[in-house]
Design a protein around this ligand. Sequence first.
Ligand code: PMP
Length: 305
Amino acid sequence: MAITAPLVWLDGALVPSADATVPLMGHAPQRGSLVFDVGSFHETKSGPALFRVREHVARFLRSASIVGLSFGYDEAALVRAAIDVVAACERSEGLVRWSAFFAADEPDLIPRSADARVAVAALFYRDPPRTSPLRIAVFDDARKASIEVLSPEAKAGAAYLGPMIARRRATLAGADDVVLLDREGNVAEAPIANVFIVSGGVLRTPPLGAILPGITRDAVLAIAQSEGIAAREEPISPEAFAAADEAFLTATSMPIGPIASVNDRALAAAPGPITSKITARLLAAQRGEDPTRAAWVLPIEPVRS
Ligand code: PMP
């Protein structure tokens, strides 16, 4: 089954997805400079609705600015593009992926022109593709690129190469995913997800700095606060991770992945009670069932004919 919707928004128009391509000799495939962001849309009682779309677009614009891609679409235009692809895809749930890449068909290290093309597509997949609790591997030598190499805020293709190799190593070792460490050897994040643990009733997650500021991470922290769950953003050692009562990953494409084990050490519960409570509140917010979170949800208007 195709995971991309038949119509993709490319530089202002909906085109068949087969026509939304990057030049082979361009910078995106040859140097990994394509930047992207992934949002989601969900079924609500007033039809499909985008979740925290403005935050995703703002992060996309930040990634483009770090890499030096320039294009003429502002936040409003990129939100509008997402509405258009979701309205055209005739599905009530899925992901929205914004991509920007150097337009020129040349691989020079510094592109001669910063002009970029922008594509917005609706996609349908889960990553990692499973629903049961995750078996996580941690390796002392599988780490995030340090912030001096590349800002963790840049969602650029090249940033995912090391994490991809680390995840493959984890899957070859029988795990579902890997959690990378930061320069100090503390827990940083999974290749495409943030990490939370619960120990002694307290929710903990690594502080911003060496990790992507996940929008699901932010939603989980906001939910914890309103549910009266104590939460701390502080370093987590690999030992504390493996000894946690509960742990989970967060990412738009999951959105919460309970963790069953860390390096073959089973956690007490997956999902545990706090993970389950937060998951229920997050899914309710995505479905537009939490009036206190109405600002997170943007309904797709019916297509005008
Ligand atoms: N970390 C990385 C490196 C990611 O690629 C992602 C996915 N965007 C996340 C964390 C989770 O972010 P979000 O909750 O915004 O999807």
